[in-house]
Design a protein around this ligand. Structure first.
Ligand SMILES: [Zn+2]
Length: 427
């Protein structure tokens, strides 16, 4: 715990030494105590002592979400762990199939500390009141967490939850009443509240800091949230499996990988990505012993960046957390394209919209639903249309439709891209 607070000011070399030492512990533990991993290591012909540092991880096979999801509890849990005493997170994940993440309470507290550290580095103070806009009581959230967190027990970082499942107006009223110093929540929901915030009657103090997480924060959403609340916006990248993976640097806008909590690899076509290249994020949790996650594919697309951040902190950096691999579209000619490739970058610089959703209604039919903030300037829609057709091919039908509302999905989450093929038009 103590070294956790020193790491941001230590050298890269010392941070790596800590990380690799934790990795060796974890690998020995998983081999000795977790049948699921022991079998995988043996099948790969790898002995625990072969894994000395993060670079050696490539010798182990990747772990797919599906494999963990379908494995029996006694396979995935470490020997001697009493399942009933674990904290259980349910996550619906991108495919809608529930997965379970299990941790001991000590692990739960420790992982939470990395988040506390990151938010503190971004300016959150001990006495700040936080509003967390989110949804408990739906399958995406934790259950069976009987105790309050360590912070609650210590009486620091006071917070309250504001349900993101209520209408935007009710959410905004509740937030105005609570007047939090720090606001956090899904980017999509906060975008809508921010749009309303400035138009509400009367003067009200806005939050000093806004943290987004759980979804992709597009440049347009970021601008809408920042301008609506008149507060800086920082994106926090985490997952149920690892808690904090990376957080945005206030100076450079890159994401600092939480190197002392996770080992992050970026894999492109089965090999490690080079700096500047995008690929799928694979993570190994250094402090999860009850049910380890080793070389676990989260299904997120990120761009690998420099070894350490330009701000001087010793953390590895990534950029452009592009969200899920499910945000890929399959074009009629069979090409698979992330929707960020299909929709040209010039769209991000068009300041007339705040939120969008690309819906593939049929194999050859795409509709981009857009919530405009002002009428689009003449020619913008035509240019967008032409650019998409050029990427997708002329036999694709692409339309832009301006709407006043885009409904949120399960748990109040905003999806940037969804397909209605084979779903009978359902969401
Ligand atoms: Zn930095």
């Amino acid at each position: 715990m103590a070294c956790l607070w020193e790491h941001p000011w230590t050298s890269r070399r010392r941070l790596i030494r800590f990380r690799d030492r934790k990795l060796r512990f974890l690998i020995h533990h998983a081999y000795a105590n977790v049948p699921f991993y022991r079998r995988r290591f043996e099948a790969a012909g790898v002995r625990p002592e072969d894994i000395r540092s993060a670079a050696d991880l490539a010798r182990l096979p990747l772990t797919a979400k599906q494999e963990v999801r379908t494995a029996a509890a006694q396979e995935i849990l470490a020997r001697g762990i009493d399942e009933k005493r674990l904290v259980l997170h349910y996550t619906t994940g991108s495919t809608g199939e529930p997965a379970r993440v299990r941790r001991t309470k000590v692990e739960e507290h420790l992982l939470q500390m990395f988040r506390v550290r990151a938010l503190g580095m971004l300016g959150r103070r001990v006495r700040d009141r936080s509003a967390k806009v989110r949804s408990s009581g739906v399958p995406t959230d934790r259950r069976s967490w009987d105790g309050r967190s360590l912070q609650d027990r210590l009486g620091i970082f006071p917070w309250r939850e504001v349900s993101c499942l209520q209408p935007i107006e009710a959410m905004a009223r509740e937030l105005a009443q609570y007047a939090p110093d720090v606001l956090s929540g899904y980017a999509g929901v906060l975008t809508e509240v921010a749009a309303l915030w400035g138009r509400m009657p009367g003067e009200r103090p806005g939050p000093r800091l806004v943290f987004t997480g759980g979804e992709v924060l597009t440049p347009a959403m970021r601008a809408a949230i920042r301008d609506g609340f008149r507060a800086p916006v920082f994106d926090i990248y985490g997952s149920h499996e690892f808690n904090l993976l990376a957080w945005e640097c206030a100076e450079t806008g890159a994401y600092h990988v939480c190197d002392d909590n996770v080992i992050v690899e970026v894999i492109k076509d089965g090999r490690p990505a080079a700096p500047g290249e995008s690929g799928e994020l694979v993570a190994t949790g250094l402090h999860s012993y009850a049910a380890p996650f080793i070389r676990y594919s989260l299904g997120d697309i990120v761009t690998l960046e420099a070894e350490t951040c330009r701000c001087g902190l010793p953390f590895q950096t990534i950029r452009e957390v592009r969200g899920r691999t499910m945000d890929y579209c399959v074009l009629p000619d069979g090409r698979k394209m992330h929707h960020w490739e299909l929709i040209p970058m010039s769209f991000w610089d068009m300041p007339w919209h705040r939120r969008y959703q690309l819906v593939q209604q049929a194999t050859d039919c795409f509709v981009l639903f857009v919530i405009p903030t002002q009428p689009p300037p003449e020619g913008d829609l035509e240019r967008l249309q032409a650019a998409v057709m050029e990427k997708a091919g002329q036999n694709v039908n692409f339309q832009v439709e301006c709407v006043s509302e885009i409904l949120f999905g399960e748990g109040g989450k905003h999806r940037l891209c969804r397909s209605e093929i084979g779903r009978g038009g359902g969401a």
